[in-house]
Design a protein around this ligand. Structure first.
Ligand code: TXA
Ligand code: MG
Length: 323
């Protein structure tokens, strides 16, 4: 069984070597742990899809160390890309831009675009610099499961399929990057995430609507983020009655609620105030995994306002509740 390594000059060198050797490396980013491979090596990239059980038509984000490296992956670099990169990179923002010809079709799933980001986590940046290659990396979970915000969650899903696990403790943001497409007239958000929509609009003006269909937003059609337990996302006023109803059916029920609701007990998790989207984002995926491990059959979650990172939290919860 693979073991997790703390980031040291030595473990980083080994991880970088593994990447250049076409192997898979799990590494921390500020959002979630990533499952990385050399983005320019088709055989290495294929291993990501096999390890995750990910559909081949769902393209990957390429992580780079600096803007020059990002621009080399793009066939053109829109003015909005410059504005957004200057404001939010390194950080939890992914830009979808026209793809350069030498980006493998395994990475782009055959689209004419490529998704790129510069992560802000110092270990991710150190690995990018040490390896010298762009790193294709989805979240390091089995397809459909909650994303890993702790290295142990990635190890539970991927085990021996990975050459090196780098462990830098829990991720700061906790939800994935915001994906912004620059492929149409106006920038459009394909996936809400760590950077709120309001902050992006403040830089590029009013956002467009994401083009419909798998060609523009391929990942959104798949089931995502789901724990084993059945998830019920309800307004604050419905938390207690919903919980009571499920308990009457004989189910063991956990609740994830704001501190304002005033619930207590070993079956209750409280990320923070309902207005603290950052706190909810940080603990969301690890809480879902922990409640699964504790054996709960159903989880009632209080819906929170969709402002700041609350929008990304609610999008994940709605997806996770789909059956
Ligand atoms: O925070 C993150 O973004 C994390 C960390 C590891 O960086 N990565 C991540 O990757 O969440 P993944 O594969 O779980 O999600 C990537 C999303 C998917 O919804 C995918 O469809 C979309 O980005 N995507 C990738 N390339 C695209 C492209 N060329 N056009 C449109 N969407 C794209
Ligand atoms: Mg993912």
């Amino acid at each position: 069984m693979a073991s997790a390594r703390r980031p040291t000059p030595e473990s980083l060198r080994e991880a970088a070597w593994a990447l250049r050797d076409g192997k898979l490396v799990v590494f921390p980013t500020e959002t979630v742990y990533g499952l990385g491979a050399n983005a320019m090596e088709p055989l290495a990239v294929q291993k990501i899809f096999l390890a995750k059980g990910r559909p081949r038509d769902n393209p990957l984000i390429v992580h780079v160390a600096n803007i020059d490296q990002a621009r080399r992956l793009a066939s053109s670099w829109p003015a909005e890309a410059d504005l957004l990169a200057q404001k939010f990179w390194p950080g939890p923002l992914t830009l979808v831009v026209p793809s350069a010809g030498d980006v493998p079709s395994e990475v782009t799933a055959g689209l004419d675009s490529v998704a790129i980001r510069i992560p802000s986590h110092p270990v991710a940046l150190a690995l990018l610099r040490e390896s010298g290659v762009p790193i294709a990396a989805p979240s390091a979970n089995k397809a459909g499961r909650p994303s890993p915000t702790r290295v142990g969650d990635a190890m539970a899903d991927l085990g021996d399929k990975v050459a090196v696990y780098l462990d830098a403790g829990p991720c700061e943001v906790g939800v994935e990057s915001t994906v912004v497409s620059l492929m149409d007239k106006r920038p459009a958000i394909l996936r809400p995430g760590g950077i709120p929509a309001q902050d992006i609009e403040a830089v590029v003006g009013k956002l467009g609507k994401a083009g419909k269909g798998p060609a523009r937003s391929p990942g959104m059609q798949y089931r995502h983020y789901a724990p084993e337990a059945r998830l019920h996302v309800v307004p604050a006023s419905k938390v207690k009655p919903t919980r009571a109803l499920l308990q009457e059916q004989g189910l063991s029920v956990a609740a994830i609620v704001s501190e304002e609701l005033g619930l207590t007990g070993s079956d209750v998790r409280i990320p923070g105030s309902r207005d603290d989207g950052d706190a909810w984002a940080r603990s969301l995926f690890s809480t879902l995994r922990d409640l699964d491990k504790a054996g709960f059959q159903a989880i009632v979650v209080e819906a929170i306002p969709e402002t700041g990172r609350g929008a990304a939290v609610m999008e994940r919860l709605r997806k996770a509740a789909e059956r």
